[in-house]
Design a protein around this ligand. Structure first.
Ligand code: 4FL
Length: 233
């Protein structure tokens, strides 16, 4: 999959050169390209934002540098026959769920637009953005971290990135809700023993203990996930 990201802080995406996303890039399951709107400015000061019409605090991202950056991205994508939808990370967007991540991971190509919290000129949004996505009901300083969350969530679904065992675990999570508790060595930590069933070697008992734990946690912490699962049946 190809992901093009438009951001005035492309270096923040150096964080993608670690762990699983790095593995996806190394395996060529993911190609990540960054585009800086500042490179598409036409004035001497290389301005990417300006004061809001009507007054008020903060700055608004100007339409022109973003429009030209999007044109350059679309041109590159057209060469590869992979013109992509544009997703804008924004608190005004639809709240991201695993089903949305799954759908986006099927695409051959995706363009992500990271804005800043004061906003982006609405004319750019209405003309160029296909989908607005929020990663949750809170405000961060810009769309970069939300874009990286989305890239991370997509990467793990790309063919060959996760091992088989991990993919199967992911599927069981989607069905069951929250995960069961995990333990590793030592057998006693700070006076607390690992639950005896996990040392029993009885795989049937272990599986049913884990299923019960997962169910209890989901009921206590995220009952909405169980209602959602019932809706899907
Ligand atoms: C984007 C917050 C997506 C949550 C500031 C600029 C944001 C965000 N999801 N906050 N963009």
């Amino acid at each position: 999959m190809n992901i093009d990201v438009i951001s005035i802080f492309p270096q923040m995406f150096d964080a993608m050169n670690y762990g699983m996303v790095k593995r996806a890039i190394d395996q060529e399951a993911l190609q990540l390209d960054l585009w800086n709107p500042r490179d598409f400015t036409t004035d001497v000061h290389r301005m990417v934002d300006d004061r809001p019409y009507g007054g008020g605090p903060g700055m608004v991202m100007m339409a022109q540098p973003l429009d030209d950056a999007l044109n350059a991205v679309a041109e590159k994508q057209a060469q590869a026959n992979k013109v992509a939808p544009v997703v804008f990370l924004s608190p005004q967007g639809k709240r991201l769920e695993q089903s949305d991540v799954k759908a986006l991971a099927q695409l051959p190509s995706l363009t992500l637009l990271a804005g800043r919290y004061e906003g982006v000129d609405e004319r750019l949004i209405s003309r160029r953005v296909n989908q607005e996505v929020s990663i949750g009901d809170y405000i961060v300083a810009g769309g970069e971290l939300p874009a990286m969350v989305l890239i991370d969530a997509i990467s793990r679904l790309l063919p060959g990135v996760l091992g088989n065992a991990q993919s199967m675990q992911l599927e069981s999570f989607e069905k069951a809700g929250l995960d069961y508790p995990q333990y590793t060595r030592p057998q006693v930590f700070s006076g607390e023993e690992v639950p005896a069933v996990l040392l029993s070697g009885n795989h049937e008992q272990i599986a049913s203990w884990r299923a019960k734990q997962a169910r209890q946690r989901t009921e206590q912490r995220r009952p909405d996930l169980l209602e959602q699962a019932e809706d899907e049946i």
